[in-house]
Design a protein around this ligand. Structure first.
Ligand SMILES: [Ca+2]
Ligand SMILES: [Ca+2]
Ligand SMILES: [Ca+2]
Length: 155
């Protein structure tokens, strides 16, 4: 999969680099990271996240975080999400990793509707389904790379 990601990234970078209206380098890198993210959950390899792929991604992430399988992401398990993100994506994010970790903590905090410091499946799935829905600008229940490049967050 690493190889596939490298191929996708180089494929995406080239057309951007020949465009007249070049986005700033930092924005370009952000888009590359998002393409990597799509590739990771794109099961049928069409570089579009279909509804089923988004659902599978949200379920998979919840299950991966819920280490003791009690259906709740505890405070310690929440910290585990942040630690694993740091370990898995540290290299991709480089010097902006700390910013991304802040965003991640912020999102997980927002997902916790009743502020009890842990996330139920209902809290988690509601928040992240909404979050990915915001990227889907044409409302066809799938997210393309182009849609994923839109900034939907206020944080
Ligand atoms: Ca797909
Ligand atoms: Ca748990
Ligand atoms: Ca909660």
């Amino acid at each position: 999969m690493i190889l596939r990601i490298a191929v996708i990234v180089s494929f995406l970078v080239f057309p951007v680099s020949v465009r007249a209206d070049l986005p700033p380098a930092s924005v370009e890198r952000k888009y590359e990271r998002r393409a990597v993210f799509i590739a990771e959950y794109d099961q049928n390899e069409d570089m579009v996240l279909q509804k089923e792929e988004i659902t599978a991604m949200i379920e998979g992430k919840f299950k991966a975080a819920d280490k003791d399988e009690d259906g709740i992401i505890s405070a310690a398990e929440l910290e585990g999400i942040v630690q694993r993100f740091s370990a898995d994506y540290g290299e991709i994010y480089g010097t902006v990793l700390f910013k991304q970790l802040l965003k991640l903590r912020h999102r997980l905090g927002n997902a916790d509707r009743n502020d009890d410091g842990q996330l139920t499946w209902s809290e988690y799935s509601t928040y992240f389904n909404k979050r990915y829905k915001r990227f889907d600008s044409n409302n066809d229940s799938q997210i393309t790379v182009q849609e994923f490049e839109t900034d939907v967050e206020k944080d």
